[in-house]
Design a binder for this molecule. Structure first.
Ligand SMILES: Nc1ncnc2c1ncn2[C@@H]1O[C@H](COP(=O)(O)OP(=O)(O)OP(=O)(O)O)[C@@H](O)[C@H]1O
Ligand SMILES: [Mg+2]
Length: 580
């Protein structure tokens, strides 16, 4: 099982930063384990020396020593647990950070294929399971292992031949226990997968609660959850069956060997070849051994199950990251032009080309509008500029430098985006506009808010800019959300502005006002504007008409109208009222 060995090694590596503490815990376990075996010699001494020699001093000393030893044992095992659980929580926290940072760096395609609920499950459930695996490994395993070693030493010391006879049954258990462990690992893996789907059902149902209620999908969603819950239940029930199998198995084996020694050793006592004290101490040691042996096997089987958690965590940590680093060049400013040169693109998950040999040059400070039918590839085209995806063929150049040669953070810092689907965070209006820019002054926020006409509706809210807007901004109207998104882009003050249907949720009145603000903003910026409503793009310097990923027409509004082409058709349709 080289795979498992690598997994163990990787888990142990997480403990390296806590070396000192781990060694202290191991030291505590050794002492605790050894003290736990102390009844064995004490029983022997009591029978063979105190009772035979009538030593009353020892009769008082031994119980006192026993109390003392168990006090020490109690204190040390407390210390050990505090250390180990402390470490395990630190691990949980740092693993969650590691996973979170990692997920942030995964390519966008990953998010398209993985439901949020599933990510959440890795984050919460799998990490917790992994924590329990590490804690078990260190805490229970160490204490029981040392106790067992101590007891084995005692039985060999007391009567080595009996020891061999009584212990040889245990290796018989190894094969069935190993197969139980394998089963458990499989079941745990399955259980965690189901938990992940349950999570995603819950997230999807409650984040789409309006659609669920509006279409009366409650029953359907309940059924979906019931089904997943049933699957989970059946996996967990098999899990319990296997987990609990190891204990009785070990107990039966233990009893067989205990019974044998009772009979065989008892006869030797009757013959007078072995003292009563040694006999009783041996039996006690043997019976005491079953505890740790049973637990060790159980820990082993459970541990196999929890390895499945670690596997799932490591799976995420091993995913290829988005090639965010790109080149080493820093994009400091933008002087001349942006050029799309023979750019073609298809999404990794699909075989169809979404963009086909696009050639486009945009001069600094000009406004280029992109129009076309839904699904023509407009959003995809601007996404490439942000390097959300890499162009499959051709290249995009800013001032003659391929954008792939820029450090991606410096590239994105020169771009401001208003996305087609407005996304707001569960925070205040102010923070949603400022967007983590700590150094922004209230003055600047107000200015951006006024320009985007956020100010007018914020005034009517009880808490003004400190109003919490709910998850994804549910407590605002669509147009209000969009205006906040525009204010955010204005505040970003980047030289390149990308507006993807930025004003689509506004009524004509507000749109006109916001459009004025955007026009002012576009003055000294290079702007890509995507809009279905042609009235918003009339003033663009150049209009590109995309159809099925190809540029089919380009020119100014007037030129295109005189062209009698696709654009003119759109225009006429809109103004005859068939398309909004
Ligand atoms: N993440 C994705 N994975 C696979 N295919 C995608 C993805 N996003 C978009 N597509 C496909 O790419 C094509 C272009 O989509 P895009 O979003 O660029 O269209 P659009 O012109 O912006 O349309 P709209 O006007 O409706 O916003 C569509 O056929 C769409 O199905
Ligand atoms: Mg789009």
């Amino acid at each position: 099982m080289p795979n498992s060995i690598n997994l163990y090694k990787r888990l142990v590596r997480y403990l390296i930063p806590y070396k000192g503490k781990v060694f202290l815990a191991i030291f505590c376990s050794i002492i605790v384990g050894l003290i736990a075996t102390s009844p064995v010699p004490i029983i022997q001494k009591t029978f063979d020396e105190i009772f035979v020699k009538k030593d009353t001093f020892m009769l008082t000393a031994i119980p006192l020593a026993l109390v003392g030893l168990y006090l020490i044992k109690g204190a040390l095992s407390y210390l050990q647990n505090v250390i180990i659980f402390g470490i395990s929580w630190e691990l949980v926290v740092s693993l969650r950070n590691e996973i979170f940072y990692k997920i942030q760096r995964l390519p966008l395609g990953y998010f398209e294929d993985t439901p949020v609920g599933e990510l959440l499950s890795r984050f919460i459930n799998d990490v917790t399971i992994m924590q329990s695996s590490i804690t078990n490994m260190v805490k229970e395993f160490l204490q029981n292992a040392f106790m067992l070693v101590g007891l084995i030493c005692w039985v060999f010391y007391l009567k080595w031949d009996w020891a061999i006879m009584s212990l040889f049954v245990f290796p018989l258990a190894i094969a069935p226990i190993a197969s139980i462990a394998r089963k458990l690992r499989h079941l745990s893996r399955r259980g965690q997968e189901i938990i992940a789907t349950i999570n995603s059902t819950v997230v999807e149902t409650f984040s789409g609660i309006k659609v669920v209620r509006g279409f009366s999908l409650e029953k359907q969603q309940n059924k979906k959850l019931d089904l997943q819950n049933d699957q989970f239940l059946s996996v967990m029930k098999s899990n319990v069956k296997y987990t609990e199998l190891s204990s009785p198995l070990m107990e039966i084996l233990g009893m067989v060997s205990g019974a044998f020694i009772l009979w065989y050793g008892g006869n030797q006592v009757l013959e007078g070849t072995v003292t009563q004290g040694s006999f009783i101490a041996f039996i006690v040691a043997l019976f005491m051994m079953y505890g740790p042996i049973r637990l060790l096997f159980k820990i082993y089987t459970k541990f196999q199950g929890s390895l499945a958690g670690a596997e799932r965590v490591f799976f995420i940590l091993d995913q290829d990251e988005e090639d965010v680093k790109g080149g080493d060049l820093t994009l400091n400013g933008f002087e001349e032009e942006i050029e799309f040169r023979n750019v073609s693109f298809k999404y990794p998950s699909r075989s169809a080309w979404v963009l086909n040999d696009i050639n486009l040059t945009v001069k600094k400070s000009s406004i280029v509008a992109i129009v076309g039918m839904s699904g023509a590839g407009k959003t995809t085209l601007v996404d490439l500029l942000f390097r959300f995806y890499l162009a499959s063929e051709g290249k995009i150049l800013i001032d003659g430098v391929n954008i792939n040669d820029f450090d991606v953070l410096s590239l994105r810092s020169k771009l401001a985006l208003v996305t087609q689907e407005t996304f707001l965070f569960n925070d205040t209006i102010r923070n949603n506009i400022a967007f983590g820019r700590m150094q922004v002054t209230d003055e600047e926020i107000m200015e951006a808010s006024r320009a985007a006409h956020v100010d007018s509706f914020v005034k009517t809210l009880d808490d003004g800019y400190e109003t919490e807007i709910g998850e994804r901004g549910v407590k605002l109207s669509g147009g209000q959300k969009q205006r906040i998104a525009i204010a955010r882009a204005i505040l970003r003050n980047a030289p390149i502005l990308v507006l993807d249907e930025a004003t689509s949720s506004l009524d004509s009145e507000s749109e006109k006002l916001v459009q004025d603000a955007l026009n002012a903003l576009m003055q000294n910026r290079t702007t890509f504007i995507i809009a279905h409503r042609l009235s918003t793009i009339k003033n663009a310097d150049r209009i590109i008409v995309l159809d099925q990923g190809k540029v089919v027409e380009e020119g100014s509004h007037d030129e295109l109208l005189s062209n009698e082409g696709v654009y003119k058709k759109y225009y006429e349709m809109q103004f005859s009222g068939t398309v909004s």
